[in-house]
Design a protein. Sequence first.
Length: 253
Amino acid sequence: MSLLDSPVGIFLSSRRNFISNIFKALLVVPFVEAITRIRASLINFDTIQYPTTGTTTIVFHGSGGTDTNTDALMSKLGSKGFMVDWSKYSQSTFFAAWNGHLIGKEVANRLIQSNSNEKKELHIIGISVGAMAADACVAEIKKLMPSAYVQETLLDPLCSRGIWDWTYGERAFGREANYAQHYLNTDDPVPFTNQPLRRNCVVYDVTPVRPTEIFGHDWPLIYYTKEQSTTVVPKQDQLPRGQIVTVTKSKAF
């Protein structure tokens, strides 16, 4: 009798099958179902008519959805800016990081497959946990269309993927972009948002000019909307990755 045919072998085989089925039930099946739901939720994204000239800007909001601050950003971006509504999948910070990764990749695929496939200059903006979606979108675009020029802008990004990978953003955010910038506030209570992404991004620390009445985690988005051009940074004005600029003067506040 071989080991596989023995009671011990049968027991081990049954246990392996049991563990495999539990793994599928807990991880694989929900993952596949999440992809299906996400693809269905983005069906309206296919109908967007992208501009034929200039830069297309895609924005991923933070946890829970849009608000008056994101509305102000979209108003400034005008007809060349598009908000990805993934509010149903960003409610939980624990799951939002993983859902955001799926959302970002799916949006990238639709961008490439849609009538924007000739678009060569893209600006991807991620707000808070929306940085997970933005960064995944950038990486997928560069994978599918290496010739595209993609700028990544992160506004007080949440850098932990789930509860166990606290340094994910530091390692990954901005790595695949042609140019990446991080607008940072350092003194708010939101965890995993207060450290500069010096490895792959140019960092603008806007903490010193924050008005006391504005919540710190909201400030980078408000500052960027009010004080920056929100367009792709011209090459002659770009700074080297890793440089930290401490902003000490504000024009609008």
